[in-house]
Design a protein around this ligand. Structure first.
Ligand SMILES: C[S@@+](CC[C@H](N)C(=O)[O-])C[C@H]1O[C@@H](n2cnc3c(N)ncnc32)[C@H](O)[C@@H]1O
Ligand SMILES: [Zn+2]
Ligand SMILES: [Zn+2]
Length: 341
């Protein structure tokens, strides 16, 4: 089902193989490819991905690629080597050909090829990618979309918002925009749990030089305080612990235990437990009725709400095929096979 090919321009058979253009296609290694210029454009796009997002990226995805990079690649692949890619980049260029992306992910390659008038064919082993991309790139009927949206809202909004409703510090109720989680493994030396934070700075502005205020979670008491971008010394106002907020317990492959201070390889700890690392809810971004946003530590009510959601999901999954399929493709599983071979 999920690996089924879908062709975004024509139903039916593949078009016969044709050369990409009249002359030989340009290789990515070609020194005339404007790497530096494209890199600057891509950097702009990457800084505020939530704002500079390509129109076909309707959905959240773990690793959304940059549209600008794939526009340039498609132009490069379908134009003769001497063509000026930067000039074409800003023109309503057309390409004449088909691109097949066998690992389409969030569909960046396909979306850019379609924007250039090409034909796009894609597949992915992940049913979520297949579902999202086929919906994002096929033309829906506006009224049908609105009708479905309203049905989903009527059916789920009140129930789901319950899980995102929380107490503010002044006793009023607020709504959670994001919950923050950290993975945990048990120390190989003392068996105590270690939060795998690579940095205790967990939130910062996209332009930290302009807005240097960052949020830091205390490794000892879990409370949250503010600091300045780049600073390597801070003190928790709750428990007075002094620490380097940039030096989390987890490095790329090793972790240092926050209890016994000894190091161990993360992969060895995961292997020993024989299951993906568990998670801990530690912070939330909350918005109040005036639209003011605050970062707060999570409390037992948040954990209880999560437990309740977990129970509801497993009860629901028992009678629902889609929900049963998803956990097999969880980030844990993907992370485990990619980073812990
Ligand atoms: C980095 S994403 C690809 C990005 C994509 N090419 C784009 O333009 O946005 C990699 C994708 O490969 C998919 N994948 C991994 N192994 C696969 C397989 N054997 N068959 C199909 N898809 C696979 C993953 O599910 C993931 O969505
Ligand atoms: Zn503290
Ligand atoms: Zn330890």
């Amino acid at each position: 089902m999920q690996t089924e090919l879908f062709d975004l321009q024509e139903e039916g058979a593949f078009a016969p193989r044709q050369p990409a253009c009249d002359s030989e296609a340009r290789a990515i290694e070609d020194q005339r490819f404007p790497f530096e210029e494209i890199s600057k454009i891509a950097q702009q796009e990457s800084w505020r991905k939530e704002i500079n997002r390509p129109i076909y990226h309707l959905h959240k995805w773990w690793a959304q690629r940059l549209g600008s990079v794939f526009r340039a690649l498609a132009l490069g692949a379908f134009n003769p080597p001497e063509a000026d890619i930067i000039d074409q980049f800003y023109k309503p260029s057309r390409i004449n050909g088909t691109v097949f992306d066998p690992f389409m992910g969030s569909g960046t390659t396909l979306g850019e090829v379609l924007k250039l008038g090409g034909r796009a064919v894609g597949q992915d082993i992940n049913p979520v990618a297949f579902f999202l991309v086929s919906n994002a790139l096929n033309l829906p009927h506006r009224d049908a979309v609105l009708k479905t949206y309203r049905e989903i809202e009527a059916d789920t909004a009140t129930r789901l918002l319950e899980y995102y409703s929380t107490d503010l510090q002044d006793g009023r109720r607020g709504q959670v925009l994001y919950f923050f989680w950290v993975k945990i493994v048990d120390c190989l030396h003392c068996d105590r749990p270690v939060d795998l934070f690579s940095s205790y700075v967990f939130a910062q502005n996209a332009y930290p030089n302009r807005k240097p205020e960052v949020r830091i979670v205390c490794p000892r008491c879990g409370s949250i305080h503010s600091g300045k971008h780049g600073e390597d010394d801070t003190q928790c106002p709750e428990c007075q612990l002094r620490f380097d907020p940039l030096a989390g317990a987890a490095g790329k492959t090793k972790a240092t235990c926050t209890s016994c201070r000894k190091s161990f390889r993360i992969v060895d700890a995961v292997r020993k437990s024989a299951r993906p690392p568990r998670h801990r809810l530690y912070a939330k971004l909350v918005v109040d009725a005036e639209g003011e946003k605050t970062y707060l530590a999570c409390d037992e009510n948040d954990c209880a709400a999560f437990k309740k959601a977990e129970q509801e999901l497993s009860a629901f999954a028992a009678g629902n095929d889609l929900a049963r399929t998803l956990p097999r493709f969880s980030g844990d599983r993907i992370g485990l096979s990619e980073s812990f071979p």
